[in-house]
Ligand binder design. Structure first.
Ligand code: PLP
Length: 387
């Protein structure tokens, strides 16, 4: 399908599948494969250029997912990895070389920072963390050996929106590759590659899956970066199972309707929270008084269900009273599923370029697809238990 000829939702319903190639089945079937047989010697000898050659190199199911990711992200190419973290590590490793320097937002997802500080540091790669709101001033941090600028917008703990177009433009002008963690938008509300970024990574575990039952990472990129990324991917022997690719494709078919509902539900709850006396601040870029609101309007077509708020400091026992009796809000890692989650968080501990001192307890909330009124009642009861 030519992407310019169709609307986004049409594209997402039809991308990455060719029923005529699979006995007419609407969905690309699960191909479980390691060995793939070639019919004759000539075909065997030509396998270097064949898309299908060995299970680790992909199956029709995983290829279908990669094609669909290209449609979602508006990218030339895509790779599917076993988790969001592996997608991040592949990108970082691809631009690592002795003496290289990376720039990374201070709001970055924790394990990405750990990869720089543990793995890459050992090999002589230095990372500078920058204020997520730095914008064009990123230029002042660029060194002759800077190879990569990493963004995450909004940050998935503190929700600062970055000036992605400005940072990508500076990087491009200085010949530096730019990459972003696009998990928050699901790719549905933001296509960073069309905004000048070279590589867009997602934890497909979150909104692409949408059902809290799958681990997946996605790397979408421009043609110019593909071979380098693919080389790292192949050297690490990464691949995903076709069952997981099938689940990801199934989730992707409904990402549009889910994201629209996450947006509406999340905003309703963010608005309600901002009026509660227990709440000092709500970090949700679609709220007009959020510091990132103007940038969010420029770069995103909607907001996902993940945001944060700061509540008045309470002691540990009161916090446990609030959280332990929730029945709709689950407590656990991850987000992006159909169900709501809420966890206390402490972003202060890992910041190095900026400080996070909000004057109260930071909480991260993922608003799922439940009726918002039920969720509001549950939070109100939780606040009442603080007393
Ligand atoms: C969850 C998450 C990841 C990592 O994804 P996994 O699939 O859990 O490895 C990366 N980035 C962000 C912003 C995330 O929230």
């Amino acid at each position: 399908m030519k992407k310019d000829d169709f609307g986004f939702d049409t594209l997402l319903a039809h991308c990455g599948r060719l029923p005529a190639n699979h006995s007419g089945t609407v969905n690309t079937p699960v191909y479980r494969a390691s060995t793939i047989l070639f019919p004759n010697l000539a075909a065997l000898e030509a396998k270097e250029s064949a898309r299908l050659r060995y299970g680790r190199r992909g199956t029709p199911t995983t290829h279908a997912l990669e094609d669909a990711i290209c449609a979602l992200e508006g990218s030339d190419r895509a790779l599917a990895t076993p988790s969001g973290v592996s997608a991040i590590s592949v990108v970082l490793m691809s631009y690592a070389e002795p003496g290289a320097h990376f720039l990374m937002t201070d709001s970055v997802y924790g394990p990405a920072r750990k990869f720089c500080e543990s793995t890459l540091k050992k090999f002589g790669i230095e990372t500078t963390y920058y204020d997520p709101t730095i914008g064009v001033d990123i230029e002042s941090l660029i060194r002759p050996n800077t190879r990569l600028v990493w963004m995450e917008s909004p940050g998935s703990q503190t929700f600062e929106v970055q000036d992605v177009t400005a940072i990508a433009e500076v990087a491009r002008r200085r010949g530096i590759v730019s990459a972003i963690d696009n998990t928050w938008s699901g790719g549905y509300f933001c296509q960073p590659i069309s905004q000048g970024v070279d590589i867009s990574v997602q934890a497909g575990t979150k909104y692409i899956s949408g059902h809290s039952d799958l681990m997946l990472g996605t790397i979408a990129c421009r043609e110019a970066e593909y071979e380098r990324l693919r080389e790292t991917y192949l050297r690490f022997g990464l691949c995903i199972g076709s069952d997981d690719a099938f689940l990801a494709l199934r989730g992707l078919r409904t990402i549009g309707v889910r994201m629209v509902q996450h947006h509406a539900n999340g905003l309703e709850i963010a608005n309600w929270l901002s009026q509660q006396e227990e709440v000092l601040r709500v970090m949700h870029p679609a709220l007009p008084d959020d510091p990132g609101h103007d940038l969010w309007r420029r770069h995103f077509t909607g907001a996902s269900g993940l945001f944060g708020f700061v509540m008045r400091a309470v002691d540990r026992a009161a916090l446990a009273r609030m959280f332990d009796s929730f029945t709709l809000f689950g407590m656990g890692s991850s987000w992006g599923g159909f169900e709501s989650l809420m966890v206390p968080s402490n972003p202060s501990v890992y910041r190095t370029a900026t400080t996070w001192a909000p004057g109260g307890q930071t909480v991260r909330i993922h608003v799922g697809l439940e009726n918002p009124g039920d969720l509001i009642r549950e939070i109100r009861d939780g606040f009442n238990r603080l007393k």
